[in-house]
Design a protein. Structure first.
Length: 119
């Protein structure tokens, strides 16, 4: 599990999530999600929760603590990021594919830790 490839993949995914989560909180870089936030109107808790989860998962990945747990938490987020870009903003599909792919690679690398769940 601690190969150089896995380490680089974990750190890259952590950095992407940290930047994305902090951007949702601090609004440094304009994103297509800003329009979606406005369209939600009264349901304005969704993106702060997503941002907090992205930052927490990023911290776990970058600190190499509870990586298997962080990757499981990331599955629904990465799926929603991917679906958002497929259906609402296709221009941003490459980062979404990157996050989903990195998550999949790391999940595969951690598969032994998930084995007890399926016994």
């Amino acid at each position: 599990m601690n190969s150089q490839f896995t380490k680089i993949t974990r750190i890259l995914l952590g950095i992407i999530l940290l930047i994305s989560g902090l951007n949702k909180i601090l609004k440094i870089i304009p994103t297509p999600a800003d329009n979606l936030i406005e369209s939600f109107g009264q349901v304005d808790y969704i993106f702060p929760v997503v941002a907090a989860l992205e930052v927490i998962i990023a911290i776990l990945l970058l600190s190499n603590k509870w990586v298997a747990f962080a990757l499981v938490l990331l599955v629904p987020l990465s799926l929603n990021i991917l679906l958002f870009h497929i259906y609402l903003n296709f221009q941003g599909i490459l980062p979404a594919i990157l996050v989903a792919t990195l998550n999949g690679i790391l999940l595969y690398k951690q598969r032994r830790q998930y084995a007890p769940l399926f016994n």
